[in-house]
Design a protein around this ligand. Structure first.
Ligand SMILES: [Zn+2]
Length: 103
């Protein structure tokens, strides 16, 4: 099984034709606007990104499932992934799993 905790695997996925196709589909479906901004009554159509609701690393089976995808603008996307912005482990949320767990 592909390990999407690996940066190179994620990069490979995000460069794939399959992702490009589903991404385009989701952008169209969501009318090219940020769905979080929309709930606040704002229309944001710039800097859009397609977000995995259940993350790639957690649910690789859902990586191309439109129901698991939504459109967020860059600002909202950053808010969502805030927890990965601390320190240099930002792309390795799981690597220290066993060391971090104190039973
Ligand atoms: Zn937004």
């Amino acid at each position: 099984m592909i390990d999407y905790n690996e940066y190179k695997e994620r990069k490979r996925f995000y460069n794939s034709k399959a992702w490009e196709d589903v991404r385009t589909y989701v952008l169209k479906r969501d009318n090219y606007e940020c769905c979080w901004c929309k709930t606040e009554g704002k229309v944001t159509t710039k800097g859009l990104e397609v977000d995995h609701i259940q993350e790639l690393q957690d649910k690789p089976d859902l990586k191309l499932e439109p129901d698991n995808l939504r459109v967020l603008c860059k600002a909202c996307h950053n808010k969502r992934h805030k927890r990965f912005q601390y320190g240099r482990d930002q792309f390795k949320p799981r690597e220290n799993k066993w060391e971090d767990e104190k039973w």
